[in-house]
Ligand binder design. Structure first.
Ligand SMILES: Cc1cc2nc3c(=O)[nH]c(=O)nc-3n(C[C@H](O)[C@H](O)[C@H](O)COP(=O)(O)OP(=O)(O)OC[C@H]3O[C@@H](n4cnc5c(N)ncnc54)[C@H](O)[C@@H]3O)c2cc1C
Length: 446
């Protein structure tokens, strides 16, 4: 069994040194279990490539110093580094993995950026154009019998392959002066005792560095979260996602979410000749070689299309933490909790958090971030709850889609609420009586 310590749980590329074809569902469970403790940040532990004993020097102003030390150079860590630099705050990003050549780091992801994600990226200085991916104009929900779609109220979304997005964020972070250390390892002292100036010391690849703020951007299985004692959750559930790219021209101007009996298949156009297909399920035993079996309409579209690259998998969690910050440690992105991937909002949430965190650090306290984080997560979590309810109760899903197909205006309003353009409770209240009646009168299979 091969798994890397950097938080990538499974999805090794075949043919790569030490790689293997992919995980079996059994291994998937094993890995999902491992998710609780991968990417361990060494705590004075000897390792083959490190000295047997790590000596943490007393902090001293003569040591290399950074204001904010960011652990994890995924989208959240890179966005945080850019937002901090935009406020003139000096920062260093430590990322365990190394980008492969000119491409950035890959990860199983639906690769859809909603119009709000694009806007936020633009504020970070990353303007996505058609040269980077493929535009889409709204969302379509479908099951075997019904289909309903709505256009975004303003702007379009864009499907961008993950390594490309990572590359663009990396370039921007470098451009604004963030220090990026890829393929690097961090060790934190057991006791977080600051010096008189409020600085702590860590080791990066064995070399000491002083820092004022520590930012955990190290993904779902965050070690910083555990290290800082922020692991306590209010809500926690897991599903499993499998991503495959197919060489086929996108057939729809929408991101399509196809609802099946055991999960959802969602399809994002990412290039003029490529779509990204993600299957998300609660079932860790699903047959990953045959994911299209429950979706004949999609299978027909993809018939004969070659898969572009290996399938990759990842766990998607619904997780709410009791707290996302201490006095000097803040969590961001998936490390700070997440809404299920079906919302397609993971990246947008990370970018919003990056701005809030940078403002908070600029003000000298993480109190503002703690409060903002909670309000930023509310809407995505409410939307995720609605969708997971439909996932849990197939009969409800069948009836809901039937009802929405009969009243597409309701779907339109729900999408507007999802994009933060309307208040979700108001939409639900307004639509509930008619929707409830249709829900009760509709036969599930009708
Ligand atoms: C199946 C699936 C589909 C999704 N679809 C979408 C979508 O369509 N749209 C959307 O917006 N979001 C989607 N998401 C969510 C989105 O992918 C995440 O929200 C996003 O990746 C979070 O970014 P992050 O930087 O917090 O974490 P990650 O992307 O996981 O990055 C964490 C980084 O930290 C590094 N790391 C970990 N431990 C250490 C360590 N100890 N030291 C140094 N580095 C470390 C890792 O190598 C990694 O690079 C999807 C998620 C899944 C699972």
């Amino acid at each position: 069994m091969r798994w890397t310590w950097d938080g990538e749980l499974f999805g090794c590329d075949p043919g790569q040194p030490g790689g293997e074809s992919f995980v079996t569902p059994k291994r998937l469970i094993y890995n999902a279990h491992l998710e609780q403790k991968p990417s361990r940040i060494a705590r004075r532990q000897p390792s083959p490539d490190m000295p047997k004993t790590c000596v943490f020097p007393e902090t001293s102003p003569s040591l290399q110093t950074t204001e904010a030390l960011i652990v994890g150079g995924g989208p959240a860590g890179l966005a945080a580094s850019i937002a901090l630099r935009q406020r003139g705050i000096e920062c260093t990003v430590v990322e365990a993995r190394t980008p492969a050549g000119p491409a950035g780091i890959d990860k199983a992801c639906g690769e859809g950026l909603m119009p709000d994600s694009r806007e936020l990226l633009s504020k970070l200085g990353v303007d996505l154009t058609e040269a980077d991916g493929h535009l889409f104009h709204g969302i379509r929900f479908a099951n075997a019998r019904h289909s309903v779609e709505a256009n975004f109220p303003n702007g379009s979304g864009i499907g961008v392959r993950r390594p490309r997005l990572h590359r663009l964020l990396t370039q921007r972070a470098e451009q604004v002066g963030a220090k990026l250390l890829f393929g690097s390892r961090i060790q934190l002292a057991e006791q977080a005792v600051p010096d008189t100036d409020g600085y702590h010391t860590a080791l990066i690849n064995g070399d000491p560095i002083r820092f004022r703020w520590l930012i955990g951007a190290d993904g779902q299985a965050s070690s910083v979260r555990r290290w800082a004692g922020l692991d306590a959750t209010r809500k926690h559930s897991l599903r499993y996602g499998f991503r495959t790219h197919y060489c086929v021209a996108p057939w729809s101007p929408y991101v399509e979410v196809h609802w099946g009996k055991h999960g959802q298949l969602y399809i994002t156009p990412v290039a003029a000749d490529c779509v990204c297909v993600v299957y998300i399920t609660r079932d860790p035993h699903c047959d990953r070689h045959n994911l299209l079996a429950g979706f004949p309409a999609v299978a027909a579209r993809l018939a004969g299309a070659e898969a572009a690259g290996p399938q990759r998998g990842a766990v998607t969690a619904t997780r709410r933490l009791q707290s996302v910050a201490t006095d000097s440690v803040a969590l961001i992105g998936d490390a700070s909790g997440s809404a299920d991937a079906i919302t397609g909002e993971g990246l947008a949430i990370s970018f919003r958090q990056a701005f809030a965190l940078a403002d908070s650090i600029a003000s000298g306290s993480l109190d503002h971030y703690r409060a903002r984080h909670s309000s930023l997560s509310r809407l995505p979590h409410s939307m995720a709850s609605l969708m997971l309810l439909m996932d849990r109760w197939p009969a409800l899903q069948l009836r809901s889609l039937n009802s929405l197909a009969q009243a597409p205006k309701g779907f339109n309003e729900l999408l507007q609420a999802h994009m933060g353009q309307r208040k979700l409770p108001a939409v639900l209240l307004r639509r509930a009586p008619g929707f409830g009646l249709r829900l009760l009168s509709a036969r599930a299979g009708a």
